[in-house]
Design a protein around this ligand. Structure first.
Ligand SMILES: Nc1nc2c(ncn2[C@@H]2O[C@H](COP(=O)(O)OP(=O)(O)OP(=O)(O)O)[C@@H](O)[C@H]2O)c(=O)[nH]1
Ligand SMILES: [Mg+2]
Length: 194
């Protein structure tokens, strides 16, 4: 898909009264804080700082929907585990994520779980994986930041991810080198065909 038009459609918080009812097909970008969700969207949109990113975890605190080509939603979600947040704030973010996912479930054609390959998959990632699986949401794991690893470490990291996520579809990725970008785009195209 050639991305020609991108607009920030809306930002949703736990205080938002109602999630709209709209038939557009949607893909989600989920992951622990700092894994690279917002960076990945910038790469796809081919823009430098359109989606706010930060080296400090916790930069995305709302669910941000971007309309792509007036036809699809690409949705950036807050990180589901940000240890430095107060427990109440953390619970609020987790509640926002699950409320959003469950409301929009019929329209979600793919959820990308982005993990930081250097930190390996953690229990929270597995919890999210099992949660989405239970909801029957199609998903792909993105093993991001492999530019930080040697070739050998990258192989080990994806191997361990396969074992943790029950041989689910996993793609190595780096938003810096953009290696595997073609494969990533192909997954997106295929998601919207359904
Ligand atoms: N080395 C490397 N750094 C990356 C990569 N992708 C993202 N980063 C960096 O990781 C940091 C976090 O990226 P974000 O895209 O803001 O992460 P996020 O998952 O949206 O984080 P939250 O909004 O806090 O949940 C930034 O400093 C990025 O530049 C990558 O592939 N390789
Ligand atoms: Mg973000």
């Amino acid at each position: 898909m050639k991305i020609e038009n991108i607009e920030l459609y809306k930002s949703i918080t736990i205080e938002t009264k109602e999630i709209f009812f709209d038939e557009k097909k949607e893909i989600l970008f989920l992951g622990r804080s700092n894994a690279g969700k917002s960076s990945l969207l910038n790469i796809l949109f081919n823009k430098k700082n359109f989606v706010k990113t930060s080296s400090k975890p916790g930069s995305t605190r709302t669910v941000n929907l971007f309309t792509v080509n007036n036809k699809f939603y690409f949705t950036d979600l807050p990180g589901y585990w940000f240890a430095k947040l107060w427990i109440i704030a953390r619970d609020k973010i987790d509640a926002l994520i699950s409320w959003y996912v469950e409301e929009r479930k019929p329209n979600i054609k793919k959820a990308f779980i982005i993990i930081d390959s250097k930190l390996w998959a953690q229990k929270r990632d597995l919890d999210m994986y099992l949660y989405l699986k239970n909801l029957n949401i199609p998903l792909v794991i993105i093993n991001n930041k492999v530019d930080k690893l040697s070739k050998n470490e990258a192989l080990k990291s994806i191997d361990s991810a396969y074992q943790i996520f029950f041989w689910e579809k996993i793609l190595n990725f780096s938003t810096i080198t953009k290696e595997w970008f073609k494969e990533f785009e192909a997954i997106i195209d295929e998601s919207f065909k359904k």
